[in-house]
Design a protein around this ligand. Sequence first.
Ligand SMILES: NC(=O)c1ccc[n+]([C@@H]2O[C@H](COP(=O)([O-])OP(=O)(O)OC[C@H]3O[C@@H](n4cnc5c(N)ncnc54)[C@H](OP(=O)(O)O)[C@@H]3O)[C@@H](O)[C@H]2O)c1
Length: 343
Amino acid sequence: MTGPIKAGILGATGAVGQRFVQALANHPWFEITSLAASERSAGKKYKDAANWRLDVELPEDVAEQEVVPVDPSKVDADIVFSALPSTYAKKVEADFAIGGFGVASNASAYRMEKDVPLVIPEVNADHLDLIEVQQDERGWDGFIITNPNCSTIMMVPTLKPLMQFGLSSVNVATMQAISGAGYDGISSMAIMDNVVPYIAGEEEKMETEPLKLLGTFDGTQIIDADIKFSASCHRVSVMDGHTEAIWATMDDDPSPADVRQAFLDFDPGLRDLPTEPERTLIVRDEPDRPQPHLDRNMGNGMSISIGRIREGIRYVAMGHNTIRGAAGASVLNAELLHKKGKL
Ligand SMILES: NC(=O)c1ccc[n+]([C@@H]2O[C@H](COP(=O)([O-])OP(=O)(O)OC[C@H]3O[C@@H](n4cnc5c(N)ncnc54)[C@H](OP(=O)(O)O)[C@@H]3O)[C@@H](O)[C@H]2O)c1
């Protein structure tokens, strides 16, 4: 392919959509060619439709672009990045794949389907080869790839280096930011001065998605990892940044020092992807880190900070949920696709 890769954003006006705009606006490989959202926004200039803007700087050409409906015939792109609500994504993402588009989705709609890659480039880059299986089975010219739930993705890259010690079970308790629920997600009166100990569907996602991510691709299918997960998920009064307390049991019974060294040594083996952080895992030795307020923007929001590594093994992980947990993760997947010659 010569020239920039044309990128559309589906759900461009939402919390994740705006992060896509941020990630793609000055991207060396992609050019934003379509911004799509609901009928409420279609026909408006992007700057007027996304009028509750995050701290995202809008280039003039993006601000003035007209929002189009989420319809393959109205979108001009080689790849579309989807930040649509899951129920709606289920129908339209397939329409885009049938229409020949590559779809990189944040929605949960297709994540657990057997022939759909669920990928974190630093963890299971080889699972992208499932695209060929998907296209053969479904007869699609395009394809769908997905990235995990925003809580799963803060945990799994920290588990990858622990696999060498015979990881057998993981317990996790989350403290999840408000932005993880989207703009309309939770009322300010429900979350200010409060903790809500329930997020619909979240614990199930955290207990199933890691099995696929840490599983092995045998050329035709993913064989799930043999690890037990138990999750408890909570919404807290933080704008951005999911914090997770993790307990990991391993057959080899490594010491906290062994685990710390494994995090430091973790080399995901990617090279030269524009959105890849210098370090995927950052180890903090201060007793009161990581904290969302101080650490969520490390590596342009793409690093996962780890601290409080103790006997047990217990530790705390934290990362930016709408960047590493959503838009940045999708863009990194698309960059890897391009590097592998699949885009
Ligand atoms: N927030 C996170 O941290 C996070 C992390 C990982 C994954 N995700 C997933 O990413 C997706 C987007 O989440 P979000 O937090 O960005 O949600 P959001 O802020 O509510 O934004 C939803 C977007 O989808 C559009 N939309 C809604 N209903 C539509 C319809 N019927 N037809 C066409 N467009 C429609 C909205 O357009 P209008 O503005 O025109 O209504 C808006 O652009 C969800 O599937 C979510 O589960 C979110």
